[in-house]
Structure formats: structure tokens, C-alpha cells
Design a protein around this ligand. Sequence first.
Ligand SMILES: C[S@@+](CC[C@H](N)C(=O)[O-])C[C@H]1O[C@@H](n2cnc3c(N)ncnc32)[C@H](O)[C@@H]1O
Length: 310
Amino acid sequence: MLLREIKNIFHKELDVLFPKEEVDAFFYRCVEHYLKLERFVLAVQPELTLSKEEEQPLFEALSQLKQERPLQYILGEAHFMDLELKVNENVLIPRPETEELVQWILDDLDAERSRSVISSPLNDLLSSTQNPSPFTILDIGTGSGCIAIALAKHLPQAKVFALDVSEAALEVARENAQKNKVEITFLHQDILELELGLELEFDIIVSNPPYVRELEKEKIKNNVKEFEPDTALFVPNEDPLVFYRAIAGFSKVNLKKNGGLYLEINQYLGAETKALLKAHNFSEIELRKDLFGNDRMLKATVPLRPAYRR
Ligand SMILES: C[S@@+](CC[C@H](N)C(=O)[O-])C[C@H]1O[C@@H](n2cnc3c(N)ncnc32)[C@H](O)[C@@H]1O
């Protein structure tokens, strides 16, 4: 069959479910993935004909797309910043908003580096691989490992830790760390059970925890609701900030002096989440919008209260 005929079939079957541009994107992504052909192939070879074996994976993907299974799960891979990551139904598909959170951290570290011309702990870290007190980062609720791996890749001297309650998610994250050639210490832990903290201290704690209220389920697209893991997404209506409270408590114990806490948040709960950090005595709290103009990220500094420190 001609490749352009298959493209027409994608549109015929999927245009009722998705915008036309998205169907185009699905089609060309499948062409790239299964046929290893560039997306402009049809422009240069409009009469390109596929064999039965070549057609088969495209039609299999089409039938799963009709069930609204996310393309990333069908292909088993997703992109996050400059990384290629394995994904399956045990992990959330990394989102562009989360890339912005990682970029915020990298920009802050860059700014700090250029500010501190003279020696600072960060400069020492970044200039020496033998530092006795390495710069440490913890990613809470790591899922596919996207945040931790992106930070490890960009900050090769940092010691990166990542935790998740789901062993199945950690399995994917470990594979992704290996695939992207970074070393990460993975911890199988429940953040809701870590009030006493860990025997470790961090310069940066980052998290994109579950934050979607059950009441927001209706607004969510089927492909997210039905295929992405509930444990990664949902929180009870009556206590939507449960994870932020636990992370704030944990961070008071486990963040180093002047350490930074970076959080992705529910866009409808920006003020409430900020107030929660304030109530926990965090300082320099900054709320930021994502590329879609929604309140999406918070940054704060650990309170410098001796009582909180070990
Ligand atoms: C919104 S997902 C974020 C995944 C990934 N960090 C990302 O940004 O794509 C939240 C993650 O938190 C994990 N999680 C849920 N409850 C948890 C808990 N009690 N303790 C630790 N991790 C938890 C889920 O398994 C999931 O991987």
C-alpha cells in the first residue's frame, strides 16, 4: 500500500478523536519510529509503497490509538528535554511543564555559579570531582526518572538520589538511568511515611508529586485517565496537598542550609500551596507560571531554624 494512503486511513479513523495536526504528528512519529524514515519522506517520495511487513506496525499502532492509548506507551518511549526515555503504564509520561521545572533549577545554578566568582560550595563542587561534600539532589516521586536523569546529565558532578513508592516505576527509572549513562541512587520509599527524614542531606529537593483532585477527573482526557497510573496522578478532594505537606516536613529536616525546594503544583492550588510552604516557615517563596500561563511551579528556601536541623 502507498504510505500516503495509510496517512489518509489514520485521518479517517482518528480525526473524530483528535485534532488533525495531532493525527499528523502521530502518523509521522510512527513512520519515524517503525520505518526509520524522516517526516518529510512523503514530500520527496509521494509514491512510496510499503510491504505488508512494513505496514503492519503502523496499523497496529493505529488500532491502539483508536482505543486512545497514548502514543508514548505504544512506542514505549518518550522525550524529555534532550533525553530519550523508556515509558510504560507504570510511569507517568513526562510533560513539557516538568521540563520547565528542571530548567528553572539549571538556570538558578548557572546564575549562582556566575555570581560566585570566588569560591562557594557550588563552585567547589562544579570545579572538582574530588569534593568531600558533594552537591546532592533528591527527586521525590521519580516515575520514569525524567527529572533526576535530566539533572544528573546536566550536572555530572552532582550526586543524585530519586525515590518512588512504586517498585514498578523504579524499575523503569533504573533502566532509563542506564540507557542515558548516569548514576542515580534509587530509593524505594513512601514519602508519606518519611516524617523523620532520611540519613542524608540535600542541596536541592525537587518533586512533581501527585496533585490532581478526584473532582478534576472529568476535565482530564480519556487517554490520561484510562492509561496513566492512578498513583502518579490523583489525590483525595478533601486533602489535595497531602504530598506537599509531607515534602515540606521532610525538606525541613533534609535540606541543607540555603538548600532549594522546587515543586510542580496543581494550577488551581497555587495560592494554597504557597501558603502551606509559608506556614512551614519556608522563605523566598516564588510562584511561577508554565508555558501555558498556568500557576505551575514553586521554589522556596529552607528555613534556617536550628530547631529543624539535626
Ligand atoms: C506526577 S508523577 C511524577 C513522575 C515524574 N517525576 C515526572 O515528573 O514525570 C508522581 C510520582 O510519585 C509517585 N508516588 C506516588 N505516591 C508516592 C508516595 N507516597 N511516595 C513516593 N512516591 C510516590 C508515583 O509513583 C509517581 O511516579
